[in-house]
Design a protein around this ligand. Structure first.
Ligand code: NDP
Ligand code: GDR
Length: 326
């Protein structure tokens, strides 16, 4: 039985990845932080077979301890401060967790693996935010990086550290450059979930409108359940490498609103949507669209859920959740 250690286990991707690994017969360990993490119960209810270990990406000795306790074949480093807007307000903390945290994890894995650096396979959760002010359309593995937020800059550091540990020490360390991926488990601070929840509440008469920022930004949105499969496939390859994972389609926030409101029979959303500079960013990533042909060719990976179905899944889930709260 293979063993995996997953950081960021309380997050959207952590939950889907743990489900996938358990279904493949892995013994799964999850790193959880804080003395009384409120999401511990959520993890235990969705993936009760995951063994939770206490640790924090900024606490090196806790990572060494987690590696000793789990002695994994594979490490998936998903933990991060992941909310781009928040990263301007807490830039140093973002650098410590989302950036230097990757180095801490790589170094802990290197030390734990000892004389066999390739014995533990490592996945780093890199991001399309690294492309920022895009220098090429569509974006692929070789596209020049131009991050536009403290989060994006921290992810670039983690991405290059992962490559550097692979090249310096012969570690099996791969970096997945994943474009936005969403689901009913998406955090409510991200625009897709903010919209799906608001649409459900507006339909149920629980809320009158929703306030957003930039409606013209475009994103390549996929389904998180599809994307965790790509993470796993990367670690099954004989050689570690870097892969873009995306759908190859891009949609604006306006199109997201069109589809989400249409799910509840509202064709004109203008009376329900307000804009406020509060939700605008100091520097925006205007448009992302990826080219996943390398992942398709080398991993045999394809997204299964398209944008429309993804939004429907999220709105349907929020209608159920909000109805139950009434
Ligand atoms: P979430 O924000 O849902 O989850 C982030 C996780 O990181 C949480 O489990 C959180 O734990 C944990 N975490 C935060 N700080 C620390 C810390 N100091 N030590 C240990 N754990 C910590 O993110 P997603 O699941 O959406 O994303 C997973 C990863 O993929 C992230 O690295 C993200 O940046 C990256 N990514 C995500 C994309 C997406 O579209 N979802 C696209 C590209 C990359 P807690 O619950 O305790 O806060
Ligand atoms: P993003 O996701 O920044 O791409 O990062 P988010 O959903 O936060 O923003 C997407 C776009 O929507 C615009 N927007 C708003 N965003 C939020 N959150 N709230 C609003 O009210 C709002 N109005 C407009 C934003 O300006 C932006 O253009 C996500 C995260 O998961 C990262 O961790 C990950 O690395 C990238 O995706 C790929």
């Amino acid at each position: 039985m293979k063993r995996a250690l997953v950081t960021g286990v309380t997050g959207q991707d952590g939950l889907y990845l743990c489900e996938a690994l358990l279904a493949k017969g892995y013994e799964v360990y999850g790193l959880i932080r804080g003395q009384n993490n409120p999401k511990r119960e959520l993890v235990s209810s969705i993936v009760p077979d995951v063994k939770l270990l206490t640790g924090d990406l900024t606490d090196f000795s806790s990572l060494i301890r987690a590696l000793r306790q789990s002695d994994p074949d594979e490490v998936y480093n998903l933990a991060a401060i992941s909310y781009v807007a928040y990263s301007w307000e807490n830039a140093q903390l973002t650098a410590d967790v989302t950036g230097k945290g990757v180095l801490n994890m790589l170094e802990a894995v290197r030390l734990h693996a000892g004389d066999e650096p390739g014995r533990i396979r490592f996945y780093q959760a890199s991001s399309s935010e690294m492309f920022g002010k895009v220098q090429e359309v569509p974006q692929k593995e070789t596209t020049l990086l131009w991050p536009r937020s403290p989060y994006g800059v921290a992810k670039v550091f983690g991405h290059y550290m992962t490559i550097n540990y692979r090249e310096s020490y012969g570690m099996h360390a791969s970096s997945g450059i994943l474009f936005n991926h969403e689901s009913p488990r998406r955090g409510k601070e991200f625009v897709t979930r903010k919209v799906s929840q608001a649409v459900a509440r507006i339909k149920l008469g629980l809320q009158s409108d929703v306030t957003l920022g930039n409606l013209d930004a475009k994103r390549d949105w996929g389904f998180a359940g599809d994307y965790v499969e790509a993470m796993w496939l990367m670690l099954q390859q004989p050689q570690a490498d870097d892969y873009v994972v995306c759908t190859g389609q891009t949609h604006s926030i306006r199109e997201l609103l069109d589809v989400a409101f249409a799910c509840v029979g509202i064709d004109d959303w203008s009376p329900y949507v307000r804009q406020d500079p509060r939700f605008m960013r100091p520097a925006e990533v205007d448009m992302l669209i990826g080219d996943a042909s390398k992942a398709r060719r080398q991993l045999g990976w394809e997204p299964k859920v398209d944008f429309r179905r993804l939004v429907e899944l999220m709105v349907e889930n929020d209608l159920r959740e909000q109805s139950a709260l009434r």
